[in-house]
Design a binder for this molecule. Sequence first.
Ligand SMILES: *[C@@H]1O[C@H](CO)[C@@H](O)[C@H](O)[C@H]1NC(C)=O
Ligand SMILES: *[C@@H]1O[C@H](CO)[C@@H](O)[C@H](O)[C@H]1NC(C)=O
Length: 303
Amino acid sequence: MGGVWEEWWWWCARPGRLPRAAPLTILIATVLTIITLLFFLNAKGLSRHPVPHQVWDLEDHDFDGAPQNHPDLVSYIRQLHLLAPSTGPYNLHNPNFSDFSQNGQSKKIEKILKGKRGGFFVEAGAYNGEELSNTLYLERHLGWTGLLVEPDPWNFWTLRKRGRKSHAVHACLSPSPYPKEVTFKQSDTMGHIVSGSEENNPHGIFTRVKCFPLYSLLLALNTTSIDLLSLDVEGAELQVLKTIPWEKVIIRVVCVEYKHVPEGGQALITYLKEKGYALDSTLGDDFIFVRKDIVERQNEGNL
Ligand SMILES: *[C@@H]1O[C@H](CO)[C@@H](O)[C@H](O)[C@H]1NC(C)=O
Ligand SMILES: *[C@@H]1O[C@H](CO)[C@@H](O)[C@H](O)[C@H]1NC(C)=O
């Protein structure tokens, strides 16, 4: 190596050679520098899910398509998106109501779980946190807590004023096992993720909203065992259920609206049966499924 360098250097340094060799050396050095720079810039772009020192260093789109258990995604949700439960008093329009659910879902769930106190729920969409709420009764009367998921910005804003004793997140549950951003059509209780055919129809109020997988949200809450999943997401119910890694989570009761599921109610029954659930009851437009093996053992005090 040393010999080659020396020879080259002597060749360059010989009088008369230098003026001709210098531009060539400068040209080679410049090209090498540019190639090196391009390489590093490109490498930064290619590493889609880098390990950051701080969550704040990340940009939202760094997470598009990230696996749902990615630790950076989980801390990003925990630090930037989860809102803590209210510590103040409730601020309800109808404080004298007890069960706010439309067809007695809350009382039904209470009965299935034998009046369990201090349970944990996830409710999506949570609407304004009061009207039609499947979980407010459980929270107020049985000391449950949980997570309220609501993508509609207006509904979320009113929800936050209710003083609910649960975490809240302004997002949708992702219909895919990774986070993504979607166009959401705002429509009071009927808001939903915009699907292909609707995209060309400009009527309505549209907004962009982040979707997080249910499993990522559970990890952000440090829990993988919940008593109730209440799903009313205007059509994406089966897709959301299919993102759940069932071998890693325990969900005792699933209350799911079947009316808008494009695959049909039977598809929900078939899918959840495969996962160990039995259809317990139908209340209004909701199916209530129970993991009988777990719930019965629990009710007998063995779990
Ligand atoms: C709730 O009930 C209390 C007492 O029963 C009554 O004084 C109050 O006016 C009621 N509030 C509403 C909003 O109906
Ligand atoms: C979950 O655990 C982390 C790390 O221990 C903690 O910082 C965070 O507050 C916990 N979050 C909740 C919602 O309990």
